[in-house]
Design a protein around this ligand. Structure first.
Ligand code: ADP
Length: 640
């Protein structure tokens, strides 16, 4: 009949093809790989972003980096700081203002000069102090000698004490004159990089400390209580803010003002504090802003701030994968070498171990012929493998260490998925054998790429209302179920001749919970509903995933590798996946013999594989007839 559907996957062939194109870099271990010195050259796979950062550094433009976590956003910001000229760096000093103590004065000097100036002032003040101390000692001795001579010891001691205290009172006024070094760039090799992610207003914009003794002259002088903000410490450098949209609107507004003015007065941020009375002269804050986040973050971003970046800077959308080419594999080799050097405690990787990392990069990309660029996570795998090799006393990381590390460094979601499978099996929420009417083993993804079995149950009863049947979907994914049924109701009518509006259809996602995404469940929902309507059992040793078009085509979905692995773990024997997803299948070797992966193109293919027992043949025959009238439903022109 439909021979294409029977075709099994051959992992071997696609794998060996890839091996042939294994990168050409010559090395024995990652130790032989040269790691570039500059950060900008260590950034892998984000060529456009790198070019933009270079340009932006040259012209001192702001940059907005949008992308997934762990693809190198903060790394780019740091790299930008390295590219900025360092001759322009300054130290910033805050001086007392004799005329208006609550308005301390600000001065800038070339980097390195600030500390000298403060030292000079301190030395002068100390010299003055010493002079004064000497003077005091003389007076006190004189009083004591006088008292001794006229035999009035008590009076003499009291008089000496009074003189001592009176002179002490004068002391602070002298030291008041020493300025405070607000921002110190002495000895700095590159322009400052300041990460202000999650900083509150005070830390970001500067603050003036509270002084409980401010009245009465006993307190710390105002200028000494002035604290620089991150925007000031980033002067002539890079200010980096991740998750910019989570910052308070008011703070974003102030940040924008600081960007425009390139200087910003420091005042106490807490209104009830005595610091709020103090306001410094404007302090330079000529930074370049690198803001980042994912797409949703844009929603929380102040529109004026966003338009400022757009108008006077660049926006970059970061990649989360790159094509699987020999050159790009070489880049991953460099990445492993980099991560080893950066960690400093783990051994280097053998060629074979690096291959294993590259294989994992393919798997994690989750799509055909791609390598993941979520390198923070991949770096975690490198470190975990390194730790394992080290703990067995090895001098080189071998592929077995990487395989072992994959087990250990599973994400939270993967761990939940595993535990879920064990538990649900125990309480037999899902079944992996026999036939059952109206019940389907759907597949879903939780977290990033962990598969999970999503059992779906459907029940059909003649409609209670005269006009029309209802679709009743319970469970957290009810909305998706309703939509899926509505989308396929025309198909069901075409396929089965049954008008679902004569039925009340109940659909339940058994024990689905937060974090499970169900958009790829429409094929499963349709199958469950058809099984329930026709009372034809579904083979429980089969699991399926796929999105259904209203014409009955099975459309590609995400995360097939994780889904197939989850099914295999659960004891499922056969998985139906969209034919167009076949290239994305990168399951681990240990699952290859456990499970059969069957590509499906139409709902007809799905039913053929999923249904069993009585009634199946007659349904398929009926469908065949219909499909002769509506050819596109079952038979598609063969794909090349
Ligand atoms: P993000 O800011 O996008 O969340 P980071 O820049 O903090 O990600 O990346 C975390 C770590 O992951 C980096 O320190 C580096 O080790 C590694 N990494 C991430 N992206 C890249 C990349 N494109 N090239 C090289 N290493 C990367």
């Amino acid at each position: 009949k439909n021979s294409r559907v029977e075709e099994k996957v051959s992992y071997e062939s696609s794998d060996s093809k890839k091996e042939e194109s294994q990168a050409s870099l010559s090395y024995e271990t990652s130790k032989d790989i040269n790691v570039p010195e500059r950060l900008i050259n260590q950034i892998i796979g984000q060529e456009e972003a790198v070019e933009t950062i270079k340009k932006a550094a040259e012209q001192r433009r702001n940059v907005l980096l949008i992308g997934e976590p762990g693809v190198g956003k903060s790394m780019l910001a740091k790299a930008m700081a390295e590219l900025l000229p360092r001759e322009r760096l300054q130290d910033i000093l805050v001086y007392p203002n004799i005329e208006d103590p609550n308005n301390p004065l600000i001065g800038t000097v070339p980097a390195g000069e600030g500390r000298k100036i403060v030292m000079n002032h301190k030395n002068k003040a100390r010299a003055q102090d010493e002079k004064k101390n000497l003077f005091m000692m003389l007076i006190i001795s004189f009083i004591l000698v006088l008292g001794f001579m006229v035999q009035q010891f008590l009076a003499a001691i009291i008089a000496a004490g009074i003189v001592f205290l009176a002179m002490q009172q004068f002391r602070p006024r002298k030291t008041v004159m020493v300025p405070k070094l607000l921002v110190n760039n002495e000895g700095r090799q590159v322009a400052p990089f300041v990460d202000a992610t999650g900083a509150h207003a005070g830390a970001l914009l500067g603050d003036v400390r509270h002084d409980p003794y401010q009245s009465g002259g006993l307190g710390t002088p105002a200028h000494e209580r002035v604290e620089a903000g991150m925007i000031h410490r980033a002067n002539k450098g890079v200010l980096y803010i991740d998750e910019i949209g989570t910052m308070k609107m008011k703070t974003q507004q102030e940040l924008l003002t600081a960007m425009q003015e390139k200087k910003y007065s420091i005042t106490g941020q807490s209104e009830t504090s005595s610091g709020a009375m103090v306001r410094s002269q404007a302090v330079p804050c000529d930074f370049v802003l690198v803001a980042s986040g994912n797409l949703q973050v844009l929603e929380g971003m102040h529109p004026a701030l966003r338009s400022r970046i757009r108008g006077y800077g660049y926006e970059v959308f970061m990649k989360d994968s790159m094509p699987d080419t020999p050159e790009n594999r070489d880049k991953l080799v460099q990445f492993v070498a980099q991560e080893v050097e950066k960690d400093g405690r783990i051994p280097h990787f053998s060629r074979e171990a690096i291959k294993e990392i590259i294989r994992e990069a393919q798997r994690r990309a989750g799509k055909k012929d791609s390598l993941t660029l979520k390198l923070r996570e991949l770096g975690g795998l490198v470190r975990a493998a390194g730790d394992i090799a080290k703990s067995r006393g090895a001098e080189i990381v071998e592929p077995e260490d990487v395989v072992e590390a994959k087990k250990l460094s599973r994400t939270l979601e993967q761990q939940i998925a595993d535990r879920y499978i064990v538990q649900k099996k125990k309480y037999s929420v899902f079944k992996s054998e026999g036939g059952e009417v109206g019940r389907v083993n759907g597949l879903a993804i939780i977290g990033d790429r962990s598969g999970i079995i999503l059992p779906i149950a459907a029940e059909a009863a003649p409609a209670q209302s005269k006009e029309e049947g209802r679709i009743i979907a319970t469970g957290k994914l009810g909305e998706i179920a309703r939509e899926a049924v509505q989308n396929v109701s025309a198909l069901i009518k075409k396929y089965t001749g049954t008008d679902i509006s004569n039925y009340d259809i109940h659909i339940q996602f058994l024990q689905a919970y937060d974090g499970v995404e169900g958009d790829s469940a429409s094929v499963s929902v349709a199958t469950a509903v058809i099984s329930a309507l026709e009372e034809i059992p579904v083979d429980q040793s089969v699991a399926l995933t796929g999105s259904l078009s209203i014409r009955g085509d099975v459309l590609p979905v995400g995360g097939v590798t994780g889904k197939i692995e989850a099914a295999a773990e659960a004891g499922i024997k056969k998985v139906l996946i969209p034919a167009s997803n076949m290239g994305d299948v990168m399951i681990e070797k240990k699952y290859e013999d456990k499970i059969e992966v069957v590509p499906v193109e139409t709902l007809g293919d799905v039913l053929e594989h999923a249904l069993i027992g009585k009634g199946k043949e007659s349904l398929l025959e009926r469908m065949q007839k219909i499909s002769d009238m509506v050819p596109s439903i079952i038979k598609k022109p063969a794909m090349h």
